[in-house]
Design a protein around this ligand. Structure first.
Ligand code: AMP
Length: 170
């Protein structure tokens, strides 16, 4: 089965010039979703994971599935003022704009082995911010994990030196 066939291209969303990779057909198909999850898990080659970090909002879907499969905690990283407890934050550049991400200060313990997940690696700004949050809390990054990498945007340069996996590369 080709996971690619469950990713829908939407031209000029959310603004002109962006080719948006829509994962809703993948979410909507239980067989494709399971196959995709098994590809993501296989990339870890049995490495132990304490926490899976998912970026708001499309990183929550497979982030949560990964956490369940890996018997790990799940940590939502969210846009500002969404998380109720004490937080730290990191700012980042997006393919379309700039933003800030927050994480609960008690979400990761020093030495936790962390898997960082998001749907798309584009320019790498989001991933870099996620990595900074994990490291500030003392977590050890085991892998940056994505459904898709838009390799022509060279996002992996921003998180160089870390293991990076994407199920699909464009
Ligand atoms: P970046 O920080 O540029 O690597 O952008 C990654 C974040 O923006 C991810 O959370 C994605 O959900 C979203 N994103 C960026 N580009 C796209 C795209 N072409 N299609 C879908 N989502 C995207």
């Amino acid at each position: 089965m080709k996971i690619e066939s469950y990713i829908r291209d939407i031209q000029d969303f959310p603004k002109e010039g962006i080719l948006f990779k829509d994962i809703t057909p993948l979410l909507n198909d239980p067989v494709a979703r399971k196959e995709c999850l098994s590809v993501l898990v296989a990339s870890l080659k049995g490495q132990a994971i304490d926490k899976v970090i998912g970026a708001e909002s499309r990183g929550f879907f497979f982030g949560m599935l990964l956490a369940q499969e890996l018997n790990a905690g799940f940590v939502p990283v969210r846009k500002p003022k969404k998380l109720p407890y004490s937080t730290i934050s990191a700012s980042y550049d997006l393919e379309y704009g700039t933003d800030t991400l927050e994480i609960h200060t008690d979400a990761i313990k020093k030495g936790d082995r962390v898997l960082i997940h998001d749907d798309v690696l584009a320019t790498g700004g989001t991933a870099k911010a996620l990595g900074e949050l994990v490291e500030e809390l003392g977590g050890e990054i085991v892998q940056f994990n994505f459904l898709m990498e838009l390799s022509f945007l060279n996002g992996r340069d921003k998180i160089a030196g870390n293991p990076i996996f994407a199920a699909i590369t464009y």
